[in-house]
Design a binder for this molecule. Structure first.
Ligand code: FAD
Length: 294
């Protein structure tokens, strides 16, 4: 099974796609329609996020296994330490390996219910993502990704300590990182510089939200932990009641961001799809990231 870093080693810039576990059968059909629509575009890999609850976790495990066995895509499972003992984590990781999923994004996760609440580790569990990286490394030949935060993780005291903890994740075995959402190319490039400045050569991939609706803009503000810059609000807010115009301008904003990142040599753009393929297909088409056969 091809690893994510092998896929990132090509000469041409590429893109990847992120999905979330479906809530029910209808959702699952939508997810699979989107996966099939994106498959001919040859994303470098596809990932499915990992939720806090049992049924959502089953959805991740079942669908990533299906992607591994029924598609040509390189699958990557997200995995968090939330409410899992080490024995349970070993079990899930063993299952991934058994179905051919060798790429895992190792995350600490947030307290269920209140992402900003106090973090409490499972009594027989793990405290930090770095420990999950170590666990994966000890269990087999996994390609391991981790998260990175352009503005620093919300729980970090400052950028210096955040960078130190991120660098530690690489030192214990992470192969690459995916950055949380951000607004300006410079915000991401500064993160990349901090990592390179610490002597880490592993790839760092920008997370990109297609800004198709006011909701996606609000989600980006929430996840990035940062207010959107005024120039972006000036372009998008006046269109909040005109869905078509918002989508056009939102995708223009994202295209400009992606063009700037690609000009800076970013090897791969990681798109949040919300289990729909249309906006990502449109963006990668505009950016010239589509293989000839798509
Ligand atoms: P860690 O790297 O463990 O960091 C957590 C905090 O502890 C940070 O403030 C860090 O600086 C600090 N820290 C780390 N190590 C130490 C140490 N040794 N001593 C002291 N402090 C330390 N969540 C989900 O539930 N499911 C998902 O699928 C998911 N996917 C994500 C994908 C991406 C690309 C990103 C960016 C985030 C994702 N998240 C997901 C959210 C993530 O779980 C949360 O942001 C969580 O709060 C932090 O996880 P982490 O892996 O960065 O934790």
């Amino acid at each position: 099974m091809t690893s994510v870093v092998e896929r990132l080693a090509g000469d041409a810039p590429a893109f990847s796609v992120e999905f979330f576990p479906p809530r029910d059968a209808a959702d699952e059909a939508i997810l699979w329609r989107s996966i099939r629509e994106l498959e001919p575009y040859d994303p470098s890999y596809m990932s499915i996020t990992y939720g806090a609850g049992g049924s959502s976790r089953d959805g991740t495990i079942r669908n990533i296994a299906r992607a591994a066995t029924e598609t040509t895509l390189v699958p990557m499972a997200h995995l968090t330490a939330v409410n899992h003992s080490v024995a349970e984590l070993r079990n899930v990781i063993g299952h991934f390996a058994a179905v051919g999923v060798r790429n895992v994004l190792a995350l600490r996760g947030d307290p269920p219910g209140d992402p900003n609440g106090t973090w409490t580790a499972h009594p027989q569990g793990l405290n930090y993502a770095s420990e999950l990286v170590e666990l994966l490394r000890s269990l087999g030949d996994f390609c391991v990704g981790v998260s990175a935060f352009p503005y620093g993780h919300p729980r970090s005291d400052d950028i210096e300590s955040d960078t130190k903890h991120l660098v530690h994740k690489f030192r214990v075995g992470a192969d690459f990182a995916i950055a949380q959402l951000f607004f300006e190319a410079e915000d991401f490039l500064r993160l990349r510089d901090r990592i390179a400045g610490a002597g880490i050569e592993a790839p760092v991939l920008p997370g990109i939200m297609p800004l198709t609706t006011p909701r996606t803009l609000r989600k980006t503000i929430e996840l990035s932990g940062m207010q959107a810059p005024q120039w972006m609000l000036d372009r998008l807010e006046p269109l909040a009641d005109d869905p078509k115009a918002f989508r056009v301008e939102g995708l223009n904003v994202v295209t400009e961001l992606c063009e700037r990142l690609l000009a800076e040599g970013v090897p791969n753009l990681h798109f949040y799809t919300f289990n729909r393929s249309k906006a990502t297909r449109e963006l990668v088409g505009r950016l010239g990231l589509v293989p000839v056969r798509a």
